[in-house]
Design a protein around this ligand. Structure first.
Ligand code: ZN
Length: 183
């Protein structure tokens, strides 16, 4: 950050009085620009014994497969964000969303949250941010072609949990690898 979004003057990094972290502070109007983690919400859409994946049409990780997911917008709930991303990337409607995996990624200041969900129907299609959208059986999952570790991990958990039909919510910390870059 170089300039204040309030008044346009240059910002500098300093620790404001009473705070304990470096912040971007405007030299003119003294506005403190707090920066906080971003939340990525997505779905694991299921149809029978198959799961829906999207092949990314955008960077980062263009051409790799992902669960539909993206940055939460202001004014929406987590579930709404996950449903919206599924609609945008796969033109798919989901129901019965159930919180499933929650990953802390402090090295990129992100939290990724995935819901298990049922596809409402098979009228999905390639959304604007996707090259391809299709259903995969477990044996067909392109494990080496998945876009993000949180997608790998969510799918691993799902197929393991499916054996016992029990899906506990998992909150895990993932060490530095790839995350979604902020666009
Ligand atoms: Zn300012």
């Amino acid at each position: 950050m170089k300039f204040c979004s309030q008044c346009g003057n240059p910002v500098t990094q300093l620790i404001p009085q009473g705070d304990n972290r470096l912040r971007y502070v405007c030299g003119a109007c003294e506005f403190v620009h707090y920066q906080n983690p971003n939340i990525v919400a997505g779905c694991l859409p299921v149809w029978g014994d198959r799961v829906l994946l999207c092949r990314r049409a955008i960077e980062p990780r263009r051409g790799y497969w992902t669960l539909p997911a993206g940055f939460m917008e202001n004014g929406e709930t987590l579930e709404q964000a996950a449903s919206r991303e599924t609609e945008e990337e796969a033109c798919a409607r989901v129901r019965q969303l159930a919180l499933y995996t929650l990953f802390d990624l402090p090295h990129i200041s992100q939290v990724h949250v995935f819901f298990r969900a049922e596809l409402a129907d098979l009228d999905f299609a390639v959304g604007e941010e996707s090259l391809e959208v299709r259903l995969f059986e477990q044996s067909e999952i392109p494990w080496s072609q998945l876009a993000f570790p949180t997608v790998n991990r969510t799918l691993e958990c799902y197929f393991a949990d499916r054996l016992g039909q029990h899906y506990p919510v998992r909150n895990e910390f993932l060490p530095p690898l790839h995350g979604l870059a902020q666009s």
